[in-house]
Design a protein around this ligand. Structure first.
Ligand code: 8OZ
Length: 368
């Protein structure tokens, strides 16, 4: 039986252990450019088998929060190059999470202060973060406009360009497509946000079309072995729900099985909340079985609210990778703490979003 500390491969990625740093939004990238200290922050955490960056906008339109990073400008890519160099020098592996927020945005953040885009013109009952004069504030998202079908190829292409730039220019080991948490691709997937009547709405096949087109475009640019994807079948995050998620996600993973991906990253339950939702049962073992039965060979990564004992149980039950999010904020040496059974430090919530080094690069490793 495997332990958390055994090496594993995920597609082309040879990983030193099964512990993954989950993506964590930190809002420290003014003008969408990661700060110089992002290199320190990620390198401090490089003992993880795999680091996944914070969600990173593939275009200006894809941005939905103040001071989140992007992947579409030269300075952004140069700054990410410093991050990947630092992580590689520290012996780590790092992929970037490709993000389009869809309707979870605000006109203040959009090109020409236009409406955010969405599958349908339905406003999300959720908040975004706007930082004014250094002070973060939660504000309602703006009313979106429905994307025209003729705009979708451009969005697919934008994902592809971002993926290629991430690997070829910025030096990432691969990319993770953000298909979770109520953002654009999840909005297309789920009935609560998608009321389209064209080829991208209605049936499961139609609602999954954009996510699968994006994944194919990304794999054709960087290779399936360098591509992962994150899904969240039942999370209520950002006000997106599906009437019948099991057949939807079983279909999605069966289709993904044909693309030879590095990994499938599943958020079990409500993101950052309960792992079980009594009103939304979901069979994750059946989801994995559907993927494997369809020939999927990617690593199976599980996430959400894991502690040491849950993570060990997940690996014992056959998960290839376990992702920790919030514990990574205050525990740069999480792998070592898991190895020796040391307690996790508590982070300061006030410094999760926005600010500088405080609460970012100043959490110490255990003293030896
Ligand atoms: C927390 C705050 C802002 C964004 C996600 C990208 O939930 C996020 C996010 C999380 O996937």
């Amino acid at each position: 039986m495997h332990t958390l500390f055994d090496p594993v491969h995920a597609g082309d990625l040879q990983l030193a252990n099964r512990i993954v740093m989950a993506p964590l939004t930190r809002n420290r990238s003014p003008n969408a450019i990661p700060p110089t200290i992002a290199a320190t922050y990620y390198a401090q955490r490089a003992s993880a088998g795999l680091l996944i960056t914070e969600a990173t906008a593939i275009s200006h339109q894809a941005q939905g929060y103040s001071d989140v990073p992007g992947l579409y400008g030269t300075e952004q890519l140069d700054s990410w190059k410093n991050v990947t160099h630092a992580v590689h020098a520290a012996g780590g592996k790092i992929v970037v999470q490709l993000w389009h927020v869809g309707r979870v945005s605000h006109t203040d953040l959009q090109p020409d202060n236009g409406a955010p885009v969405a599958p349908s013109a339905i406003t999300a009952k959720t908040k975004t973060v706007l930082i004014k004069d250094g002070v973060p504030a939660f504000v309602d998202t703006s009313a979106p406009r429905a994307l025209r079908a003729d705009e979708l190829p451009g969005i697919v292409h934008t994902y592809q360009v971002a993926a290629r730039n991430a690997v070829e220019t910025a030096g990432f080991d691969g990319v993770e497509i953000h298909g979770a948490n109520g953002y654009l691709l999840d909005q297309f997937l789920k009935t609560g946000a998608n009321q389209r009547t064209d080829d991208y709405g209605g049936s499961i096949e139609n609602r999954a079309r954009l996510l699968l087109e994006v994944t194919r475009a990304v794999t054709s640019a960087v290779g399936g072995g360098k591509t992962g994807i994150r899904l969240s079948p039942v999370t209520p995050a950002n006000d997106v729900v599906d009437a019948d998620p099991q057949p939807l996600f079983d279909y999605v993973v069966r289709e993904l099985a044909t693309l030879n991906l590095a990994y499938i990253h599943i958020i079990e339950g409500a993101t950052g909340g309960p792992r079980e939702l009594p009103d939304r049962p979901f069979d994750y073992a059946a989801l994995k079985a559907a993927y494997r039965e369809a020939g999927g060979k990617g690593a199976w990564m599980v996430n959400n609210g894991l502690d040491q004992s849950l993570a060990e149980k997940e690996v014992a039950a056959g998960a290839d990778l376990v992702a920790f999010g919030r514990p990574y904020i205050a525990n740069p040496d999480l792998v070592e703490r898991l190895r020796i059974g040391a307690p996790f430090s508590e982070g300061n919530k006030a410094t999760w979003y926005g600010g500088g080094a405080e609460g970012y690069t100043d959490y110490p490793a255990l003293s030896t």
